[in-house]
Design a protein around this ligand. Structure first.
Ligand SMILES: NC(=O)c1ccc[n+]([C@@H]2O[C@H](COP(=O)([O-])OP(=O)(O)OC[C@H]3O[C@@H](n4cnc5c(N)ncnc54)[C@H](O)[C@@H]3O)[C@@H](O)[C@H]2O)c1
Ligand SMILES: [Zn+2]
Length: 367
């Protein structure tokens, strides 16, 4: 496997150094040791991930004056204000200071709540992400968004707080169940459609192998997809315009997740359907048939879970309530071709309603 790649993401508070690939942890060793030297390091993880990969990370922290392990529940259950409050109290009890260090070890959920604890504790301490799922490596660990859910709305309390380091070691992915790889690959396909036709070509050739556990190719597609997120975030750290491109498939995807009900439709599957619908919206605007077919075929090979039957109006209402929606209306990310996309704010709501109704019936009937 090729060596890890190093990226520097420059943002308004400085720089995040990111290592991605087969030996990311080895490559980060010297800087990580310097960063924790003589300080307390908090390692926030979940019990299952700590069991799999915790020892390995803790060995790298031997220069710290002390290492305190704090566990949170995986998934949305752990992304709460209560968890954040408990973490902060445990950090005070353990003697945490402004210059203590925090590391998150786990999927996107652990990263979000752990990063939020780092953002809030003593008004913000330095932290590092060590993402261990495909989704966290290509998406959640990059960009500095941290936060928790309220019972009323997902990700509704949070802060921008950029990590000092991201250490995305491909070896941690070897323990992932196949289903989490499949879910994460939807975001990789998204990145390829947005910005990298060579990655799209590679996915077409290698998809079957990528879905196998311990696939040799996973490291290189993770690097390529993460590189796209890094480039977009660097250009536009605070979600003005370019960053909105990352929402390809998510305008409808989030609404599908919401309307399906808590946890009934996985995020990757929802984004898969969202990308298929974006193709329908893009065709009348000039997306070529050949590109539409390639996108449909690749997304189809990831086999997004069958949709329950939805009422188009309730989906449209859910889209307008989404926190990414603006007062001025919905915005859509539409593929221009394989490897390029645009953000469109002026689609006719009647047309969207019509296409959505036929998309939903067409899709449900064809399966
Ligand atoms: N901050 C952001 O920019 C951003 C972006 C996208 C998603 N997210 C958030 O990320 C979360 C989803 O993250 P996720 O998909 O990583 O899921 P997750 O964090 O819920 O983890 C899923 C499961 O994977 C297991 N797991 C983690 N690493 C493993 C490994 N190496 N081997 C075996 N099992 C492992 C965990 O125990 C857990 O059961 C959501 O809460 C979402 O809101 C945040
Ligand atoms: Zn997503």
């Amino acid at each position: 496997m090729p060596d890890a790649r190093q990226f520097d993401l420059v943002h308004d508070r400085g720089l995040t150094r990111i290592w991605i690939g087969a030996d990311a942890l080895d490559r980060s060793r010297a800087e990580l040791s310097d960063w924790v030297r003589g300080r307390r390091a908090f390692v926030i993880s979940s019990a299952p991930v700590r069991e799999l990969h915790g020892e390995w990370l803790e060995r790298e922290l031997s220069a710290a004056s002390a290492v305190t392990a704090l566990d949170v529940a995986d998934g949305e259950a752990g992304k709460t204000l209560d968890t954040m409050g408990r973490l902060a109290r445990e950090m005070v009890a353990a003697g945490g200071k402004r210059d203590s260090r925090l590391l998150t070890l786990g999927g996107g959920s652990v990263g979000d709540v752990g990063g939020f604890a780092a953002a809030c504790f003593l008004r913000g301490i330095e932290y590092a992400h060590v993402p261990t799922t495909l989704l966290a490596q290509v998406d959640a660990s990059i960009g500095g968004k941290t936060g928790v859910n309220l019972p009323e709305a997902k990700n509704s309390v949070g802060a921008f707080h950029q990590p000092r380091f991201v250490i995305a070691d491909a070896r941690t992915l070897s323990t992932l169940p196949r289903e989490l790889i499949r879910q994460g690959l939807f975001e990789v396909v998204k990145a390829a459609i947005l910005a990298d036709s060579a990655l799209f070509d590679l996915l077409e050739v290698r998809l079957r192998e990528l879905l196998e556990p311990e696939s040799e190719s996973l490291g290189s597609v993770v690097e390529a997809a993460a590189a796209i997120k890094i480039a977009v975030v660097s250009a536009d750290e605070r979600e003005a315009d370019r960053r909105r491109l990352l929402n390809l498939g998510h305008t409808l995807g989030h609404a599908l997740e919401t309307c399906a009900g808590h946890g009934a439709l996985a995020h990757g599957d929802a984004v898969g359907h969202g990308m298929l619908f974006a193709v329908e919206l893009a065709l009348p605007r000039g997306l070529r048939d050949r590109d539409a077919q390639r996108i449909r075929a690749l997304v189809g090979r990831l086999a997004p879970a069958r949709l329950p039957s939805f009422d188009p109006d309730s989906l449209i209402r859910a889209m307008s309530r989404d926190k990414k929606a603006r007062e001025t209306g919905l915005s859509w990310v539409l593929p221009l071709r394989v490897g390029a996309a645009e953000v469109v704010d002026d689609l006719d709501p009647a047309l969207i309603g019509e296409l959505l109704a036929s998309f939903l019936t067409g899709f449900v009937e064809s399966r």
